[in-house]
Structures are given as structure tokens and as C-alpha cells.
Design a protein around this ligand. Sequence first.
Ligand code: PGA
Ligand code: ZN
Length: 412
Amino acid sequence: MARITSIRGRLLYNSRGNKTIEIDVISDNTHLGRICAPSGASVGKHEAISFPENKPEKSLEILRENEKKFVGLDPSNLKLIHETLRTIDSTGNYSKIGGSIAFAITIASIDSAAKSVGVPLFRLLSNDSDLRFPFPLGNILGGGAHAGPGTPDIQEILVCANGSKTIREAIEVNFAVHKELGKILAKREPSFTNGRGDEGGWAPRLKNDEALEMCASACEQLGFTLGKEVSLGVDFASSTQWNEKKKKYVYERAGFENTPEEQIEFAANIIKKYKLAYAEDAVHEEAFDEMAILAEKFPNVLITGDDLLVTNTEILKRAARVKACNAAILKVNQAGSLYDALEFAKEATKNNIKIITSHRSGESVDSHISHIGIATKSKMLKIGVVGGERIAKLNELLRIAEHGLIRGMAEI
Ligand code: PGA
Ligand code: ZN
């Protein structure tokens, strides 16, 4: 069994050019596990804090003071690594050491452990003999907190080739739709600059409904029938619009406001009109009962909680009790450690809630989440379509396909 011989942290930068941390965990002086922490722009109220006082330097300082505690541990023993972390920071949201450290130490340890035994990372996380490829779900048009003024209020319009039979086909269809949409946007709006948002989706000056229309056209012009070979999804990220004082959703860019009842109607109409396979955070992060109305109305659509659940097992239990959603976003750094996130995945599976493993808008070129998505039996993997930090995760899926250990695509 391998033993951790050293841990080292460093200050690096994410895809937005913001400071982040990377951690190396080395086992037996040989096996390097390494990962760089991502970060979000539309951050849920209850998710783990990335860094204490927003200072990655502070996280690294605390790590340096405590690194000896990890030396000698078995890097594959996630529970022990997690518990050791908890002796340094026992706060619910990792406010002392930072969720980024929890994220990076646990994933780098398991990465090092996988290298020490020469197996792919997903295999170390799951012994299941029926692992499948989650369908890549990617942002083709972005607005909200991920793009500038003039873009839609809706944060993300996504594509998923849910009729594809292989992972390569599913990835290539997403590329084709993204490209086709670029052509449509350039034709319709000569001043379109080919600008893209934080996750690589196009960022045009359009209203919500116009943006959805163009995305639908891109799929149809390629000969696809929406809801058949290809489906659209939407991350409403509605907490961005929710105004607690007014008790209304304020769509500043489009110039209208929705009461909670109108918001349900608004989301339901979009789901129906565009035959969405996926609808994330259609209401704000505390609106469990309103989410439950949508989940009941659309049992065959992935009514997904992201800000609603923040990869928090206790919040998930509450959501499951009121049937607030039938799918859950899993973002390891929202939870903190990989151990926390895998506990969340277990609870979701127990409650028949489908898992969607996801990137963050501020990412690194690491690709560990492709393995985590497979091991947690995620139905979709929300990792974008283009941009180096997104492609890294898609390319990793194709490398994994070479092993022949995955039995085709997930059943959604
Ligand atoms: P974030 O957004 O990574 O900026 O939080 C992604 C999402 O809301 O799904
Ligand atoms: Zn989201």
C-alpha cells in the first residue's frame, strides 16, 4: 500500500485569470497526484467558501502549517484524508482552510493512489462493473453572470446529444451545434463579434427568447429533431434574478419581472416549447416547493438543482423529502472534499435523484471530473463544448474510451 510522502501547494490562476491553488500529493516519493481548484461566478449561498477572507495565500499558509498530518497516510483512504482535514477545519463550509484545499487535497490524493497502482482514477473510485459514459452537456450560448450586458439574462443554453451511441459521436454533435449556432449568429447580426462567455458559449446581444430560437435553429439546420437525437437544456441560474425585497425575479436585460407563479409558467413554457431534456435552477435557491411543482409537471425532464442543493447532503435530504428535483448537480468544490461529494452522490442515488457532475465557470485544464462523473454513474457531464479547459475534460473521455472498460452511454 502506498503512503503519502509529501504535500505541496502553490498559487496559480484559473481560466478567468483569477488566483487559485494547486496541490501536489506525492506517494512513496514517486507517484504525483496533482490538481488545481476551480471556482464559480454564480455561487450558491450555502456552498463551501473557496478561500478564507478570499485569500488563496491564507489557505496555502494553513496547509503548510499542517502538511505533516497527511504524511504517512494511505492516499486511497479518502475517509481518513477527509477526517484529517476535519481536524484542521471542522466548520460546515470550510471557512477556516477553504473549500479549495479540501477539494484539491482529496482529489490529488486519490490521483496519486491511482498512479501508484496503475489504474485509471475512475476505477479507484468505483468497482461497479457497469460503468457508462455520461452524456456531455455543453454551454452553446451564455448570458447572466457568465457574460456581459446585452446578453440574455438566462445564464446558459446547453446542448446534449442524447441520441448518440458513442462518446465520440456525442462530443462531435455538440461541436457541430456550437459551430452552426456561430454561423447563424453571424448571419443574423453583422456586428456579432464571435464573443464567448466564461464557459465558451457564444455571448451575443440577444433577448432570452431570441437566443433560444437561434439554438433550436442550429440543431434543426443540422437535420436534428429537438428532443430526439439532440436536446437543449437551460441553466436559468434564477438566484441571479431573484430579488428578495421585491419577491420577484427581475429580468433586467429583457426588461420584465416575474412573480414566483409567473416564473414557474415562464420556465414551464420554455421547457415545453423547446422540448428541453434539462432544466437547472428554474427557480431561486430557497424555492424548494416551486421546484417541486416543476418536478411533478415534468417527470421526464431532468429538473436539476445546482444552487438549490450546492452538493450538500443535508440540503439534498430536505429536497428529496419534498421531491424538489429529480436531478442534482455535483460540483466537488461546492461540497468541499471529494469524500463529501461522494457521500452526496450516494444519497442522491438512494433517493433516485440523477447525478450531473459539473465543471465551474472558472476552471483549470485538469480532467479529473471526467473520471468522477463516470464513477458516480452521472447521467450527464456538464463540461462545456469549447475552450481549452473544457476540451481537456472531453478529450479525457476519449482517452478513457481506449481502455474498453466502459460499457457505452448512460441510460438517461
Ligand atoms: P458557476 O456557474 O461555476 O459560475 O457557479 C455554473 C453553474 O451555475 O452551473
Ligand atoms: Zn448552475
